[in-house]
Write a protein of this length. Structure first.
Length: 226
């Protein structure tokens, strides 16, 4: 089976699927939209099932859209999907609650600059702190290393991505939650994840002129080929 994860120059919704793929040691290729489709995003967008990325292509034939659906599929492929219905529902709640951090956190970190960045950062602060508090309480009450088990599930990688990205917005926020900081450390210190995090494109100049360093070259974040 051949898997290709298609996305853009952003550190956003392809991160948790990639963390999960690395954790489960499933081979895949990661391709920019223009490299896979060989067309501009504006031309290809109407042909994608939900007109957005990421999508996971299976054998260049089946397209799975929606990052949560992609992660559910990967969990099943790796046979680590949660069999207990109550725990599976809890994992879904963690997944959705984490995913709700996407907006406005991810677009702001990846794209906003100058005053717009500062205003958005200040406006979302209370929302982020409130949701971080929810996640912190969930980890504490669960009594496990991760949200569901002592091994990570897809929902853990989704939470990890957004919490980790928040450090690029304001690295003080997460410091109010030592249990969440420990959670980030526990995920980061898994060998395959540690390697992925070291090797992935660095996201620099957030709030000023965000860029990803891909193969040693700086690229502005976005949906266009550079
Ligand atoms: N609910 C979707 C959201 C996907 C999404 O917002 N994708 C953005 C990038 S993060 C996108 O495709 N932007 C380009 C566009 O909408 O034209 C998911 O979880 O995958």
């Amino acid at each position: 089976m051949n898997l290709k994860l298609i996305y853009f120059k952003m550190r956003a919704l392809a991160e948790a699927p990639q963390l999960l793929l690395h954790y489960t040691k499933i081979e895949y290729d990661y391709l920019m939209s223009w490299d896979y489709y060989d067309k501009k995003w504006s031309e290809i967008k109407p042909t994608i099932s939900f007109k957005q990325l990421p999508v996971l292509m299976i054998d260049d034939k089946y397209e799975i859209a929606q990052s949560i659906a992609i992660m559910s599929y990967i969990e099943k492929l790796a046979s680590i999907n949660i069999k207990d219905d109550i725990l599976a529902a809890k994992a879904d709640a963690i997944m959705q609650s984490s995913q709700e951090l996407f907006m406005p956190l991810n677009p702001t970190v990846n794209f906003a600059v100058g005053d717009s960045f500062n205003i958005k950062r200040d406006e979302m602060k209370n929302f982020l702190l409130s949701r971080f508090d929810d996640l912190d309480r969930s980890l504490n009450s669960g009594g496990k290393k991760f949200f569901i088990y002592d091994k990570p599930q897809a929902c853990d990688f989704a939470a990890f991505h957004h919490l980790d990205l928040s450090k690029k917005l304001d690295d003080e926020l997460i410091k109010n939650f030592p249990r969440l900081e420990k959670f980030l450390d526990d995920i980061s210190s898994i060998d395959s994840i540690s390697k992925y995090l070291t090797d992935r494109p660095d996201l620099i100049d957030v709030g000023v002129e965000p860029k990803l360093i891909i193969n040693g070259k700086q690229h502005p974040t976005g949906t266009n080929k550079t």
